[in-house]
Design a protein around this ligand. Structure first.
Ligand code: NAP
Length: 254
């Protein structure tokens, strides 16, 4: 249950090793979140970030197993993560994702399967299961990490962008469907964020940090925003990019 001033007390993260997710967990713990469940492929590897969250004031941090590509296992994995919270869940953060390759490697069968199985099928599956759990308890917010890449396909990363576009559209429609139910959906569209996902890549304009994305997410939760851009000016930039003529899009760096 949210505290007296509306702050989330309990957070469940799918993709618990994500740098954006861990920065968000630290930000929320700094503002009163007390229970954090980190669901990840290798929960044993999360001892250090879990200890950091405890040092920052979390009274309980649980690490549980979860594989985004094991869709058949999702109902049990999501139920396990909610059970580990041992209380109503205020915020569910859907954070896992893979960038996949660039260039012609985007046509590799394995890459197509991997990126869509994780970001699109996995993301939609977990979001839907979390929505059902939150509807059963009558309240809560699902925060879905989408991307500006889903707003307009680019030759450089259309495989990733297409997978995020699918997840983003599902989350938007779900948010509208659940309006008034007590369950909210917040779509987060970061630009280039300096994390292990983008290590070694040339930073795009308006690149940002996990901590600044986390602050934008926390602010979005306080305001009840349905969409958060990180950084905020990307909203206007992408409004233009969305309508750029194809010949101009083809000139963007690959
Ligand atoms: N960084 C950016 O520029 C950027 C921009 C826009 C949106 N995003 C999105 O933000 C989210 C977080 O990304 P990040 O930047 O924090 O990158 P990150 O640190 O690399 O986090 C991605 C996480 O996804 C997890 N993951 C990948 N495949 C998985 C699977 N099959 N099952 C479970 N977990 C899996 C990874 O787990 P392991 O730790 O086990 O590898 C990792 O913890 C992603 O959805 C990403 O697409 C990132």
């Amino acid at each position: 249950m949210r505290d007296a001033v509306g702050g989330a007390q309990t957070l469940v993260v799918f993709g618990g090793g994500s740098e954006i997710a861990l920065a968000t967990a630290r930000e929320l713990v700094a503002h009163g979140t007390r229970t954090v469940v980190l669901a990840a492929r290798e929960p044993d590897g999360l001892a250090e970030p879990a200890a950091t969250l405890r040092d920052a004031g979390a009274s309980r941090v649980e690490c549980v197993a979860f594989d985004a590509q094991d869709v058949d296992g999702h109902p049990a994995a999501v139920a396990r993560a909610f059970a580990a919270a041992r209380a109503d869940v205020d915020v569910v953060l859907v954070a896992f994702g893979v960038l996949g390759p660039a260039g012609r490697a985007q046509l590799d069968h394995e890459a197509v399967r991997d990126v869509f199985a994780t970001n699109a099928v996995g993301g939609v599956s977990v979001t839907a299961l979390a929505a059902r759990m939150l509807l059963d308890q009558g309240h809560g917010t699902i925060v879905v990490l989408s991307s500006v890449a889903g707003e307009r396909a680019r030759a450089a990363n259309y495989l990733y962008g297409a997978s995020k576009a699918g997840l983003d559209a599902f989350a938007q429609g779900l948010g509208d469907d659940l309006h008034g139910s007590g369950v909210d959906v917040m779509v987060v569209r970061p630009g280039f964020v300096h994390t292990k996902m983008t290590a070694g890549l040339e930073p795009a304009p308006l690149s940002t940090t996990p901590e600044l994305v986390a602050a934008a997410i926390a602010e979005g939760l306080r305001r009840g925003s349905p969409v958060v851009w990180a950084p905020a000016p990307l909203r206007w930039v992408m409004g233009v990019v969305r309508h750029l003529p194809r010949p101009l899009m083809r000139r963007l760096p690959r």
